[in-house]
Design a binder for this molecule. Structure first.
Ligand code: FAD
Ligand code: UDP
Length: 367
């Protein structure tokens, strides 16, 4: 007897919602279950005082992939927001990412040549960087590492930067121009009206059950559908059989103020380790909103406890990646179950990469 659904999709974040939309468009019967009380995964936004709050931290859309940009524009109009965060180190303000303004503010230099000379001198011992600290010093020198990277990174990951993979710091551009755009990508913006409406459109006409945890009754859920697409943590799926993968989690404290402008910028990073939070987000600046009140969010890194706290960031170092490979081999043996997304693939993917991965998976398997 055929099952009531062709696909059970676990998780209503970007990966799950895209699969649900694309598969429904191809005529498949889909059921989406989501353990949280809302759709959108970590991209979820909520409207308060006419401001769209990024409930799980700042989400800035950026990509150089034309196919992805074209695809997402079917579901939202993007504003012209460009991310230009400010670093606050003990009250001194610096431009990010690392660019000529930063070098001028730190060293008083005015030319790329002068800046390059200082960085080369400070980074010359790091010939073959092996970890985040060495890589950072090589890229931007000791002064910037000490003021703008060391404390922030130690707080964010709750680890000594010497123990972190060097790839993390390569996410940030280093420029010898006066360009303060945080991203190098061709397309960038914030969806007008927030992210949640994208998910409402993606899931329009598709059955979605909120507040349901697939892992609470895997067998019964599986019996509902021919195939399963699972976007939760891969180690949890297998009952942590080989041990727990490491994630980083964060607490977001949202605070309302009666005045219109708290910090004059959407993202301010606090790079001194003594400040307990990593950044303050002021949501209205993502959308050039002039409402009389404002909402800000503090991001506090917190220790991760499997199944008790939310797994936000995979920690892609060698030992976690090796453990993931073991889970991946198990996953390959699971009949009719497909793993995807930031948690299912255990990769530090941004939204545009998730969109690309989800569209490719549907195309490759059910195109
Ligand atoms: P998720 O959004 O995590 O969705 C997975 C969903 O599955 C969740 O809703 C979860 O509740 C659900 N789920 C898990 N287990 C189960 C279960 N057992 N049963 C039912 N449901 C389950 N990307 C950018 O491009 N730009 C940014 O500026 C940016 N900023 C970020 C800031 C923060 C703080 C974080 C954490 C991420 C940021 N990202 C950013 C990355 C972005 O959030 C991810 O790329 C994207 O959300 C991943 O989508 P996903 O569907 O894989 O995962
Ligand atoms: N980082 C830093 N200082 C900053 C901003 C970032 O040291 O002011 C480092 C930190 O290690 C962080 C990494 O750069 O984890 C990547 O930053 P990104 O802004 O890409 O992190 P995400 O958006 O994923 O939180």
């Amino acid at each position: 007897m055929s099952k009531p659904y062709d696909f059970l999709i676990v998780g209503a974040g970007f990966f799950g919602s895209i699969c649900a939309r694309e598969l429904t468009n191809k005529g498949h019967r889909c059921l989406v279950i989501e353990k949280r009380a809302h759709i959108g995964g970590n991209c979820y936004t909520e409207k308060r005082d006419d401001i769209h709050l990024h409930i799980y931290g700042a989400h800035i859309f950026h990509t150089s992939n034309e196919k992805v940009w074209h695809w997402i524009n079917q579901y939202a109009r993007f504003n012209h927001y460009t991310n230009r965060p400010v670093a606050n180190y003990q009250g001194e303000l610096y431009a990010l990412p690392f660019n000529m303004w930063t070098f001028n503010q730190l060293w008083g230099v005015n030319t790329p040549e002068e800046a390059q000379k200082i960085i080369e001198e400070q980074g010359k011992d790091m010939v073959d960087p092996q970890n985040l600290e060495e890589q950072a010093i090589r890229l931007v020198g000791k002064d910037i590492y000490e003021k703008l990277i060391k404390g922030y990174t130690a707080k964010q990951w709750m680890k000594d930067p010497k123990e972190l993979p060097k790839e993390i710091i390569k996410r940030l551009p280093v420029r010898f121009t006066f360009d303060t755009n945080y991203f190098n990508d061709r397309f960038q913006g914030i969806p007008e009206g927030g992210y949640t409406q994208i998910f409402e459109k993606l899931l329009d006409g598709i059955e979605v059950r909120l507040g349901e945890d697939y892992l609470a009754d895997k067998e019964s859920y599986h019996a509902l559908a021919e195939q399963v697409i699972y976007t939760g943590p891969i180690d949890a799926y297998f009952g942590y059989e080989f041990g727990e993968l490491e994630y980083k989690t964060t607490r977001f404290d949202h605070v309302r103020h009666e005045y219109p402008n708290h910090q004059g910028v959407a993202v301010m990073n606090y790079t001194d380790e003594a400040v307990p939070y990593t950044r303050i987000i002021e949501h209205k600046h993502f959308e050039f909103n002039e409402t009389p009140a404002t909402w800000i969010s503090y991001e506090y890194p917190e220790p991760y406890e499997a199944s008790k706290t939310e797994p936000y960031y995979p920690v892609n170092d060698a030992s976690n990646n090796a453990l993931f490979e073991r889970y991946k081999s198990l996953a390959a043996q699971e009949k009719n179950v497909f793993f995807g997304g930031r948690l299912g693939e255990y990769k530090y993917y941004d939204m545009h990469q998730i969109i690309e991965r989800a569209l490719s998976m549907v195309e490759a398997n059910w195109g």
